[in-house]
Design a protein around this ligand. Sequence first.
Ligand code: COS
Length: 384
Amino acid sequence: MQPPGNEGLEDLREAARRFVQREVRPLATRMDREDWFPRELFRKLGEQGFLAPTLPAELGGLGLGYLAQAVILEELARSSPALALSVGAHSNLLIDSLYRNGTETQRAEFLPALASGEAIGALALTEPGAGSDAVGLSTRAERVGGGYRLNGTKQFITNGPVADTLIVYAKTAPEKGSRGISAFLLGSKTAGFSVSRSLDKMGMRGSPTGELLLRDCTLPAEAILGRENEGVTVMMSGLNVERAVLSAIPVGIMAECLELASAYAREREQFGQKIGSFQLIQEKLANMYIALESARGLLDAALRAVERDKKSARASSAALTYASEMSTRVALDAIQVFGGNGYMREYPLERLARDAKLLEIGAGTSEIRRLVIARELLGPGFEG
Ligand code: COS
C-alpha cells in the first residue's frame, strides 16, 4: 500500500517520461560535452510541477510525497543523471527542507519562485575541511546587531554557481560542537556572497558545482532556518531524506543501462549469432536485473521510512549505498556488453558510468553511510 499522498504515481511516471523524451534527451550529450547547464529547462520542469512534488498546491507544488519525487528523479536520470542531480539538489535539499523547517513567512517568500523554476536552489554544507566530518564545519555566524555575520568557504556545492537561494550551515556557538550549528537562508545577491570557482568534474557535467565564499555576509535574524544552535537536526533529517530520494538516480541509471544492453544483445551478431544467445552475456543481463530490482526494493523501503520518520537513517543509507555501488558496476557491465562500441563517446554508456560514480561519494560517502547504518543497528549509547 502506498502512503497517503502518493496516488497516481504511474500517471506521473508517464508524464515525466514524455517530458524527458521531448525536452531532456536531446540535450543530455551537449550538457556533458560542454558542461552546460540548461537553465531554461528548470522553468519547463517548474511548469509541470516537477520541481516541487512535495509542496502543497498553494505554494506551486503537486501535494505528493517522496515516492513521487523519486519517480521524477528516476525518469530524469535515465536520460541525464546530471539534470536529475541538479533537480534533486533544488527540489529536495532546498525546497523540501525549507518547507519542512521554514516559517510561514519564509515559505511564502521563497517557495513559489523556486517551485516555478524562476529561482534555483542549493544546499551549502560541505567545506574544504569538512566533508565526511560535516559537524566539524568552520564557517562562523557571529551575532551582530539584530542579525548575523557569516564568514567561511563552502565546497562542492551542487547548483552553487547558479543558485539564487541557498541553505547555508554555520557555527553560531563553536564551543558547543554539534549543538552550536545553525542553518540560514541566504539569497545569492546578499553582499559578501560570491562564487569563487566553478568546478570541472569527471561526470555529472552540466550540473554546476562550485566553491562559494562568505565574507562578512550579513543576514537578518529572520534568515535563520529552524532554531539557533539546532541546525544539526535540520542537517541530519535532511541528509536522511536526501539519501533516500537521491537513490532514485542510480536506479534510473541502472534501468537505462539494462534497457540499452538488452536491446544491443538482441541485435548485435558475432560468430553468426545474436550475442544475447551467449550465456556469458545472459549472465550479465541477469545480474543487472537483480541489482536493479534489489535497489528498487531498498529505494521503496527508504522512501517509506523517511515519510514516517525523518530521524531514521539506516534505510536511506542502505538504499543509496547499494544503488550507487551497483549502478557503477551495472554501467561498466553494460559497456562490456557493447564491447568496443561501449567505450566510444558516441554511445551514452561511458557518460552514465562517469555519472554513476558520483553517488558513491556525494550525500555521504559509501563508507560514512555504512557507519551510519552500523551505529543505528548498535543503538544509542553503544561504546566499543
Ligand atoms: N540521522 C539523525 N541524526 C543523526 C544522524 C542521522 N543520519 N547522524 C548523526 N545524527 C545526530 C547524532 O545523534 C548527534 O545528535 P546528538 O548531538 O543529539 O547526540 C548529532 O547528529 C551529531 O552527530 P555525531 O555526534 O554522531 O557526529 P559525528 O561527527 O560523530 O558524525 C556523521 C556524524 C559522520 C554520521 C555525519 O557527520 C555524516 O553523515 N557525514 C557525512 C556528511 C554528508 O553526507 N555530506 C554530504 C553533503 S551533500 S548535501
